[in-house]
Design a protein around this ligand. Sequence first.
Ligand code: GDD
Ligand code: MG
Length: 368
Amino acid sequence: MKALILVGGYGTRLRPLTLSKPKPLVEFANKPILLHQIEALQAVGVNEVILAINYQPQVMQSFLEEFEMKLGIKITCSQETEPLGTAGPLALVKDKLIEETGEPFFVFNSDIICEYPLREMIEFHKAHGGEASILVTKVDEPSKYGVVVLDEETGKVKKFVEKPASFVGNKINAGIYLLNTSVLDRIQPRPMSIEREVFPSIAEDGRLYTMVLTGFWMDIGQPKDYLIGLRLYLDHLRRNSSSELAVGPKIIGNVLIDDSVKIGEGCMIGPDVAIGPGCIIESGVRLSLCTLMKGVRVKSSAHVSGSIIGWHSTIGQSAHVRSMAVLGEDVYVSDTMFLNGVVVLPHKEIASHFVKPEIIMACLFASN
Ligand code: GDD
Ligand code: MG
């Protein structure tokens, strides 16, 4: 079975992290986002994953080589010369997606994290006999997503509305599809939206079905949602009694700590923390709801909460970093500094306090 992952876009909403790596390679719970997805696909028998990319192909290439070897699965890249949206990239690799057996294929948005009930989805797809299946989930703010109006009994989609201006329902497209190869006949190799141009027409033909996702789901394409996603993911590990979660007197709630991390005396870590490889946590440090990427040093008595700290950054002694601060790669926060909700570009040194949550160190919040 094959799968295509849509890895386009510049990931501007996850800057400054995406100034150092493409979004799908940014670690989530100590693993590249993409790897969570590829492992789930491999677990249900997918033997080839095609990454549809239009950004930083060289970095992606070295990732592919590393994980093809590690996982023993074929991973290839299909690069667009211009962004082809969420449908166009499928037409580019039409021949690769069509298998002799006529099997359907998976399509994933690259920025979503959930429990991936892919086996159930395959069963569901076979049983309804339509052309396409999409996973849906319930959210409080449906206007940011693709909204699906469906027949509750059969799961058949009556209407698919991408980013509706007014309320049509709260079940939304979770960004995971299982498609028959016949769907490819509806797509051309031009900039084309699967949500706006393809799904509405399949729905009109009565051949689009949805399976409602049980368990957690999150689009982790922006810092606030990334941290909510982390909390949900760690809670999911807890409910499944995962041995990956840290235990010990310094640990509160759900915490993930790479084996190579060094932790000093008198620290309090958790809840909802992920600490990447090679991090050094000195004595008396307090961490809650945060991610420390690889190689971060947190000096003694510093506090980090509700924030994401980029690779190889340093948090000075007794410094406080909090309320949705996002530090890029190799940022140096001087001792005793107070950083509230700031976004810091890579390779910067911070030697003054930033107390207002709105303060942003550079104009980084583009709309996409
Ligand atoms: N290769 C390629 N080329 N990929 C692209 C392109 C492109 O031109 N444009 C977007 N993508 C990829 C993104 O990288 C992402 O993985 C996926 O397509 C969806 O694009 P987003 O920009 O993340 O869309 P969204 O989050 O606003 O909405 C989508 O996801 C929601 C769920 O998170 C839609 O599919 C909604 O219907 C859905 O509810
Ligand atoms: Mg998205």
